[in-house]
Design a protein around this ligand. Structure first.
Ligand code: NCD
Length: 307
């Protein structure tokens, strides 16, 4: 993979994806020494993404510097994103940025020379999540001849936008299941069409469920709704219970980027199809592989020779 920054899943070729996943599969047994500093810039809440990037950098032998919450940073004093990233690139060899505005990571990447990973830009993209999603799919179902259902908030869900686009590199039929008001944004649909993706849209899971190899459930992104009433109209519409899964394949791979609210009932957790905690754990090896490759491209030496 030869990219300076990771901003969107559309920049990833099949070869890029396979290279990261292959590296991730072996990295835990034989981690390279990458004594680098990773800057964590999270302008929105995060548990998994931030902690797994933190763990990944430390497991590579490096360390992290963390801006902390927006309330305790100079953002509170009115500092622009462009200034913040220019300052923090002086403290770190690579940056991870999560921000509520779509396009923020792309904009910020223009101001820095160190690699920058988009860890979520509003309702835009979340490409490192996609790499761990694909890793999980590959481990459990393989990445060929696949029927994937993606359900929930397809409009505001950035993990969906990135995953759908990356799946166009593989032989995957994609079924999108959502209320009408939360269907895929036009821009994402356009890109899928351009890539010749095999796509169908549904408002109901029932009819399509028996065909699925993978079901990727997402949270309704409450924080992105302009109107709380609109949220209430769609909240709780789709909920996976053990009964729902009676019609699914026995080896369905049930995924969720987490956090879940009420989309998957806790009774499902003990069923063999439940793969979401494994998926979350895959964040560490996949982000180790990603960081290792981005740092290598940026010329950060292995074995302790950081900037
Ligand atoms: C997702 C996100 O932040 O987009 N979480 C994550 O990174 N695993 C999904 C979500 O918040 O619903």
């Amino acid at each position: 993979m030869r990219h300076d920054h990771l901003i969107t899943a559309t920049q990833l070729s099949r070869d890029d994806i396979e290279t990261v996943l292959d590296r991730a599969a072996e990295i835990a047994d034989d981690p390279p020494e990458r004594d680098a500093v990773l800057g964590l810039l999270f302008f929105e809440p995060s548990t998994r993404t931030k902690m797994s990037f933190d763990a990944a950098m430390k497991r590579l032998g490096g360390t992290t510097v963390d801006m902390g919450s927006v309330d305790s940073s100079s953002v509170k004093k009115g500092e622009t994103l462009a200034d913040t990233v220019r300052v923090v690139e002086g403290y770190a060899d690579a940056l991870v940025l999560r921000h509520p505005s779509e396009g923020a990571a792309k904009m910020a990447s223009r101001f820095v020379d160190v690699p920058l990973v988009n860890a979520g830009d509003g309702a835009g993209q979340h490409p490192s999540q996609t790499l761990l999603d694909l890793y999980t799919i590959r481990e459990n179902a393989g990445l060929d001849d696949l029927t994937v259902g993606i359900m929930g908030d397809l409009k505001y869900g950035r993990t969906v936008h990135s995953l759908a686009s990356a799946l166009t590199n593989f032989d995957a039929r994609q079924h999108f299941i959502s209320p009408e008001s939360l269907q895929l944004p036009r821009s994402v649909r356009f890109d899928l069409h351009q890539e010749g993706a095999q796509v169908r849209e549904h408002t109901d899971l029932e009819a399509i469920l028996p065909e699925l190899d993978v079901l990727y459930v997402t949270r309704i992104q409450r924080e992105r709704f302009p109107d709380e009433n609109e949220y209430r109209q769609v909240a709780g519409q789709y909920r996976i219970t053990p009964e729902t899964l009676e019609d699914a394949k026995d080896d369905l791979v049930l995924m969720h980027p987490l956090p879940r609210v009420d989309e998957i009932s806790p009774e499902v957790d003990d069923l063999p199809q439940a793969t979401y905690f494994e998926q979350a754990h895959n964040g560490v090896p996949v982000r180790m592989a990603l960081l290792d490759m981005l740092l290598e491209n940026a010329g950060v030496e292995t074995g302790g020779d950081s900037r």
